[in-house]
Design a protein around this ligand. Structure first.
Ligand code: SF4
Length: 439
């Protein structure tokens, strides 16, 4: 009889869990994810529509240093309300970006995480034990630190909140940015204290740790956090995920990686050779190549190139594809990131005939390839449909003027080769001034 009760109660709790998990709006992140912004302000995740700040019970954004205990943090009214809404098929406002993607037929970050966690025992237990008001037991499986704006590059599409070196350029050119956030991002991660204090509780059930920046390979706090995970004996269960600019060599860090389950490195490279040096200023292509080769040779590393598709590289993507194709153990096409900001680098600043030219160039390149791998076919189709879509969109004349002005000012300030010498297709956007000869 007792046996029957046990199985009945298990069946009941299983069916409650499945009902909660099958809620149409549930996302695992408010249960399992711990995420801190560039300036150590806590956020729900990096995909929320606005800044996604986590608020304390007085409605104020919290910083890492304000967190006394992880249990208390995950049971703030802010989190309880989100979980309660999700378990009741409601859509928390803060997550509107995900639901909008789904409503328009796309695949959201929420759906991606749900497919990862929907059969994860720890997560299912957490959901089963979540009280009706949203209170939960803590079980952090996923860590996401945007570790400061310390970076050695000044990429053309970036801003001082992500690379402090750009502050001077923005000040000189009078381009507005959030100076308080930028200063916070420059100094708030400098102390190891909070990471040291919180890491034992954070690493107890950890399985993935994403680090972005800034450039994570430069960051001492990141290195310290990995040492702490190794000391806790948890490294073998944790996969490390990075976005790196591939220009910083850090042998000590790479040795430490040998303790971890895996290292997934997203290599941010936007073009081949001198055009990449132009877009991602501070890059030496020769050094980048040698670092990429070392990363690819590391036994724990799985890598993929991530490329920000923009007006500056749309005509030269095929050169990058050819370079990637020669590299071993790496997907032969990059993961394309569509440029949303800044608008002045979006491909819609290009006149129709230039967008058509870019489409023809890519289309004829792909016609010569015979991809068998379905993810490569998907990437190929995605970039071609992106260009097709853009052909039906308006020519953004206002942002084209910003592009012309910004590019020439940056070239002058940084002593760069004119872009039309690197990308002849852009020459018509910068007509040479007529010269008058007097006899
Ligand atoms: S639903 Fe989307 S925005 Fe909300 S926590 Fe999940 S991934 Fe982040």
């Amino acid at each position: 009889m007792a046996h029957k009760n046990l199985s009945e109660s298990f069946a009941l709790s299983y069916s409650i869990t499945m009902k909660k998990v099958s809620s149409k709006t549930i996302c695992p992140l408010p249960w399992v994810h711990f995420s801190a912004h560039l300036d150590t302000t806590m956020r729900l995740c990096c995909n929320t529509g606005g800044l996604g700040f986590v608020l304390d019970d007085q409605g104020q954004p919290l910083k890492l240093k304000d967190i006394e205990s992880i249990d208390q943090y995950f049971n703030l009214d802010f989190y309880k309300k989100i979980r309660n809404e999700m378990m009741n098929d409601e859509k928390p406002n803060i997550c509107s970006k995900c639901y909008e993607v789904e409503d328009s037929g796309g695949f959201s970050v929420r759906q991606g995480y749900l497919s990862l966690y929907e059969s994860n025992e720890d997560f299912l237990n957490q959901v089963a034990n979540t009280k009706p008001d949203g209170e939960t037991e803590t079980c952090v499986k996923s860590l996401d630190f945007s570790l400061s704006n310390k970076c050695n590059l000044k990429c053309v599409m970036c801003s001082p909140d992500a690379s402090f070196l750009l502050k001077k350029d923005f000040d000189t050119l009078g381009i507005p940015y959030d100076s308080k956030f930028t200063e916070g991002a420059n100094k708030n991660w400098n102390s190891f204290d909070d990471v040291e204090r919180l890491m034992p509780a954070l690493s107890e059930n950890l399985s993935e740790y994403l680090t972005t920046g800034g450039e994570p390979f430069l960051n001492k706090t990141h290195f310290k956090s990995l040492e702490l995970i190794v000391e806790q004996g948890r490294a073998g269960q944790v996969a490390l995920n990075y976005h790196t600019n591939c220009t910083v060599e850090n042998q000590k860090l790479w040795e430490l990686w040998n303790n971890f389950k895996a290292v997934n490195a997203h290599l941010s490279i936007d073009a081949y050779s001198s055009l990449d040096e132009y877009i991602r200023q501070g890059t030496s292509w020769e050094k980048l190549e040698s670092i990429v080769d070392k990363l690819l040779a590391h036994p724990k590393v799985n890598a993929e190139v991530h490329t920000c598709v923009q007006a500056l590289n749309i005509f030269n993507l095929t050169d990058l594809y050819e370079w990637i194709a020669q590299k071993p153990d790496i997907p032969k096409l990059p993961f394309h990131i569509w440029m949303h900001s800044p608008r002045w680098l979006h491909i819609n600043i290009l006149p129709q005939r230039l967008k058509e030219l870019a489409f023809i160039k890519l289309d004829s390149y792909f016609k010569k390839q015979s991809y068998q791998d379905e993810t490569l076919v998907l990437k190929k189709n995605q970039i071609l449909s992106y260009l097709r879509r853009s052909l039906n969109e308006d020519h953004d004349l206002e942002q084209l003027e910003v592009f012309k002005e910004r590019i020439k000012k940056l070239e002058e300030m940084r002593g760069l080769t004119p872009i039309e010498n690197l990308v002849p297709e852009l020459k018509s956007l910068f007509p040479t001034k007529k010269r008058f000869f007097f006899f």
